[in-house]
Design a protein around this ligand. Sequence first.
Ligand code: SUG
Length: 443
Amino acid sequence: MPDLVELNFDGIVGPTHNYSGLSAGNLACVSHSGKVSNPRAAALEGLAKMQQLASLGIPQAVFPPQHRPHIAALRTRFTGGTDADVIERAYREDPALLARCSSASSMWAANSATVIPSTDTADGRLHLVPANLSAMFHRSIEAAGTTRILRAIFGDREHFCVHDPLPDGAEFADEGAANHSRLQTSLGSAHLFSFGRSQHEGERRPQLHPARQSRTASEAVVERCGVSAESALYWQQDPDGIDAGAFHTDVLAVGNLNFMFCHELAWASSQQRIAELRARLGPELQIRVVTQSELSASDAVKHYPFNSQLVSLPDRSMALIAPAECASKDSVRELFVRVLSEANPLSAVHYVDVHSSMNNGGGPACLRLRVLLTAAARAVLGGRLLFTNTLYQSLQDWVRKHYRDRLDIADLADPQLLIEGQTALDELSQLLALGSIYDFQMS
Ligand code: SUG
């Protein structure tokens, strides 16, 4: 089997990063609704995080943001006039729609696609299924742009296959890699797909918050990518976990190779499920389940310890890349100290400051799309996306040149914001050698 190395593609925070409180069930996002944002600081935080990982020897790449406001979506409702007219009318007549069309939510690259490495697919290519994000309108309008960007990066058909997103709507609602985890031991690999709801009658459902991912969507992803039926597992998110604010599984669980760190409310009947997984992958698999009494799910949702990245270091031990919010909570810090002292592959915890993203419910793990690549596949990636000191410097300069340091909801009505975004992203697509990836570059 060829050696696979993980490359993390981090979403660059877009110029319209704001707090519109668009995602019901995402408690941080709802509680920050209406606050003033600082897109420049948010984008620089994201870049500094990438730099921190790169300096630990962890392969890192960038994923470009989408252009907002999404003019085509606004024009579905407001058909005439210039772009500025459309924005102005939307602000007057349907400000909620303008907010939905202005979110910088494409930054959370974990939701951009499900990725299956070439070792685990029937045709030996790396497969990507862009997520339709059907559960929330402001996210569903990412799918077409994401598909285009993925095809610009993974365009080599000998090594890659970028599918179309699944059909829109509740039946196939798909949130991408946030609900997918791949584990591996010498006995093989297992793909864990988590869903919030299925066709199964009598299934317990969350009472307070939406269950976003459908089981049918995950089954379709498995089928399209040619993942063997034996290695795919479908686990229901615990409805109590969703009601505590874990809208995606990666809010309560993270796994890498033979180690998984999770909360007991990540999945329904978690003990039974975990026993099945252990039986499949054997004793090399280590799973650290945190109980409610050790750390409540609602504290886990407040501080996001499980939304850490669990990464392999060059010495093959693992590190947890945790949000800085974890360091300020005694019970979370103590949990990390305990887990570090136990027999498992974890050798370190590093904190990163992604405060602006956290305010919208996106921690370190949400910001990145993990792609396991062979050396040959890595050599044919499109664009110039690999994170180097030079790229870091150029991107910092680019953000400082183009991004505002203050944005409130009324600023979304400013047509100048659209122009600033076009100018910035046009320059970015050249910097990253991606060609024309934005609608405004095609017209
Ligand atoms: O879909 N927040 C995102 C956060 C996504 C986090 N991703 C993972 N867990 N993988 C969401 O709820 C808020 C945007 C706003 O209000 O403008 C938002 O979409």
